[in-house]
Design a binder for this molecule. Structure first.
Ligand code: DQA
Length: 144
């Protein structure tokens, strides 16, 4: 099993960015703990991050055939990117969306998740542990 973990806009700033909402771990810290968790389970994992909407689309479209599933936190793009929504809509592999914060307990403009509407499921509000939960959910989804 091989999965791709994609992080979108502003998530490269984790650790410095509003730590009271997003925690103090950097994206590198999170990727390292996800990698360790995947290694323990015998899952191959790659990571990608970009602040550019089109680069996220390109990554998914060009890399999709190399993976069994995608775990994604597109950041603010999750709320309004029709381009990412349409890109995910054509995938045959499952996508599990993650948000560090509980977007439903925040501003109303964060309640709508355009990308989440075409994902297998959404995990939000558990901080970086959400990515670990997503790996477990992906394993369960792929192994039936
Ligand atoms: C986020 C939630 C989004 O609303 C926000 O724009 C982010 C981070 C999260 O992980 O909680 O950039 O996706």
């Amino acid at each position: 099993m091989k999965i791709l973990v994609v992080n979108g806009v502003n998530l490269n700033m984790l650790g410095q960015r509003e730590p009271e909402i997003y925690g103090t771990e950097t994206l590198k810290d999170i990727e390292e703990s996800v990698k360790k968790h995947c290694n323990n389970k015998g899952i191959d994992v790659d990571f990608y991050q970009s602040n550019v909407e089109g680069e996220l689309v390109d990554c998914i479209l060009y890399e999709k055939d190399r993976y069994d599933g995608i775990i994604a936190n597109f950041g603010a793009y999750s709320h309004y990117s029709l381009a990412l929504h349409d890109c995910l809509s054509m995938l045959k592999i499952p996508v599990i969306e993650v948000h560090l914060s509980n977007v439903h307990a925040r501003e109303e403009y964060r309640h709508k998740l355009l990308t989440g509407s075409v994902s297998k499921g959404i995990i939000c509000g558990f901080g970086s542990y959400g990515y670990i939960m997503a790996v477990n959910a992906m394993e369960n989804t792929l192994n039936g």
